[in-house]
Design a protein around this ligand. Sequence first.
Ligand code: MG
Length: 203
Amino acid sequence: MKIICIGRNYVEHARELNNDVPSEPVFFLKPDTCLLPKGRAFYLPEFSKDIHHEIEMVYKVCKEGKHIAEEFAMRYVDQISVGLDFTARDVQQGQKEKGLPWEPAKAFDNSSPVGEFIPLSALKNPKEINFRLDVNSVSTQVASSTLMIFPIEKIISHVSKYITLKKGDLIYTGTPSGVGQVKPGDILDCFLEEEKKLSVEIK
Ligand code: MG
């Protein structure tokens, strides 16, 4: 499986990192080695001094497809959760300044813990999904899917023009504003609506 991540999908987050608001979805890939086994702590890697949390809604692909029209996009995902897109912000800034790829800053081992999935059919309102990240019990990133620049249908349509989606792939839909550095001892709790789906300790 592969992990497809969207960047700059929330206006306030694009602004907090001094990025332009994109005219079409920005995406990048992560390998399956980015997953974090359930219950395991996240160990800060030695190559960065500034690992940031980014909570994101994550959709799971349920069947293979390419060149998917927006109107049929929801046939290709059937589950949702929340996950973290850990980012080495200092490394990313260096790569951006040199015009180099983001992989060293994004695709490192265990950088994408993901929570327990629920069926999309279990959502109260699939057009308005609320999620949040609590860091040490303080709500730090609080958002709704209505704030996304590109909704999931547009993301699926756009990405599948370039890359075949396969069953089991994960789509990280971008982070809202409020990103920040994590420190050893932090506890990151990720909520989808009011249910905690993921808890990660930083070491
Ligand atoms: Mg992200």
